[in-house]
Design a protein around this ligand. Structure first.
Ligand code: HEM
Length: 478
């Protein structure tokens, strides 16, 4: 009897291996670190605290040429860090879809642009593009100026009071700007409102822990973890607050739109429509394409994607400038020349602040918000001589390519000249990808271009000096 059961198990195991033969063939053709442990593979090396994850990934991937393979549990993962290969993968939506792990974000963001895949994503992205068009950007630029002023007032209070955590202040400021941009600055009476910026950060932390701990990929096992309870609590409170804020505004906006024929021309206290107002209009014009549920999911997505990204990019730039006083002086000089005595940066000023933009880009090169982007292979495709099989996964090594000495003169240094015009002209366009690229690139890229300069101006006009902090050495893996 036992022998029969054993034979059946071996036979089933053989069938399972046979069904996965394309994965093994690809794996044999690719270089990569030894996957010593059965069933866990290289996953064991990545099961570490979030603060060590970056170092561990680099340790596993740096010694091998691209594409290389990792085994994360039973999954074959091809890691790509060559710009030509990144271009092939990122330009097409045919071969890859966003990784299945993005579903871990759904409790918070729902099925918004960030988590959607397939044809539905294409339709929704096209539909929402007007939210990021010139008219809305114009309105956003004035709001950023207002929040830059608020931010500087808060920072001024800290001047002379020793070291303080600038990231916390920036997160709060980004949150307030986001509420203003998305929801017309409705202030809710709910005291939980002030907790949301912390929740968004915590949610991303839980997400990265869950991605790197493969047993938590199982919905059932995850429910037994402490993270699950925390996530449930945060999601409930955050969506309640957002809904509350949105419902204060919606009736009035709907009335405004109904009273008006054709596209929105003007709205209360603003020269141009808010994101919420434009969304309501889109919702009314496309009732079949944009459901009420999707409308809410998109709002939550914009909330969760716009705050941490902007404040991290800004914090890293401030940190780098604080550590390089000579570069900071150059930024100040440019600001003084362009603004000629004015305090606020306008939409027209932004393209003139060329050196500042070089510094922002250089900080995003060293510290990209999305250092590794996971994808699933929807259709087998050729990468060099290897066929990357359907059913496997990919990781796009943005961090690796951002520090590859083949493309960067001083890869580990803060060196804004990397973005001088002549250097950019000669560099591979896929060697710098802070906003990703192709059909899944960041839709809010130009928001950032507007938000950063305004805040720099305000920070510098108060001559706040930043000192090197020991944490920098922890964020720099080399
Ligand atoms: C410094 C600022 C920002 C950075 C560095 C950044 C970076 C990124 C990156 C790397 C992605 C691709 C993620 C992936 O493929 O897994 C992305 C996607 C996205 N970002 Fe941003 N982002 C920034 C600001 C914003 C803002 C302000 C918004 C919204 C107002 C936004 C909304 C989105 C959305 C909706 C997506 C998904 C797009 C899609 O898949 O079609 N981002 N962002």
């Amino acid at each position: 009897m036992l022998a029969k059961i054993g034979a059946i198990v071996v036979f089933l195991w053989f069938l399972w291996l046979l069904s996965r033969r394309r994965l093994y063939i690809a794996s044999w053709q690719l270089p990569g670190p030894p996957a010593l442990l059965p069933f866990i593979g290289n996953g064991f090396a990545l099961m570490c605290p979030a603060k060590d994850l970056l170092k561990q990934i680099l340790k596993q991937t740096d010694p091998y040429s691209s594409p290389l393979r990792l085994w994360i549990g039973p999954r074959l993962v091809t890691f790509i860090k060559d710009p030509d290969q990144l271009q092939i993968v990122m330009q097409s939506s045919k071969y890859t879809v966003k990784s299945n792990v993005y579903r871990f974000l759904e409790p918070f963001m729902g099925k918004g642009l960030f988590t959607l895949t397939g044809p539905r994503h294409k339709v929704q992205r096209k539909l929402l593009q007007p939210l990021f068009g010139p008219r809305v950007l114009e309105s956003v630029s004035t709001i950023f100026q207002k929040h830059a002023l608020n931010l500087v007032k808060i920072l001024e209070d800290h001047v002379g009071s020793g070291c303080f955590d600038v990231l916390h202040i920036l997160h709060k400021s980004a949150f307030e700007a986001t509420v203003d941009i998305l929801l017309e600055n409705a202030i809710t009476g709910n005291p939980d409102y002030t907790l949301i910026p912390g929740y968004v950060r915590r949610f991303y932390h839980i997400f990265s822990q869950r991605v790197s701990t493969f047993w938590m990929h199982s919905e059932l096992l995850y429910r037994f973890s402490a993270y699950y309870k925390e996530q449930q609590m945060m999601t409930k409170l955050a969506s309640k607050c957002i809904e509350e804020v949105a419902s204060q505004q919606l009736p009035e906006i709907l009335k405004r739109i109904e009273d008006q024929e054709g596209p929105i021309k003007c709205c209360q206290n603003r020269p141009t429509p808010s994101v919420l107002e434009t969304m309501v209009q889109l919702f009314k014009e496309n009732p079949g394409s944009l459901t009420e549920e999707e409308f809410k999911d998109h709002m939550m997505t914009f909330f969760a994607t716009s705050q941490d990204t902007q404040s991290s990019a800004l914090a890293f730039t401030l940190m780098m400038l604080g550590m390089h006083q000579n570069i900071q002086d150059k930024v100040l000089l440019e600001l003084q020349e362009v603004l000629d005595g004015r305090r606020l940066v306008t939409l027209e000023d932004a393209p003139k602040l060329k050196f500042m933009e070089m510094c922002i880009n250089e900080a995003m090169r060293l510290f990209p918000v999305g250092p590794f982007l996971p994808r699933d292979v929807a259709q087998s495709f050729k990468l060099g001589t290897t066929t990357i099989p359907e059913g496997s996964s990919l990781i796009l090594g943005i961090f690796n390519v951002h520090r590859d000495p083949k493309y960067w003169q001083n890869p580990q240094e803060f060196y804004p000249e990397h973005f001088a015009e002549e250097q950019v002209a000669h560099r591979h366009p896929y060697a710098f990808l802070p906003f990703s690229a192709g059909p899944r690139r960041c839709i809010g890229k130009y928001y950032n271009r507007l938000s950063c300069p305004g805040k720099y101006l305000q920070s510098f006009s108060s001559t706040i000096q930043l000192r090197e902090h020991e944490d920098y050495h922890r964020t720099n893996p080399h």
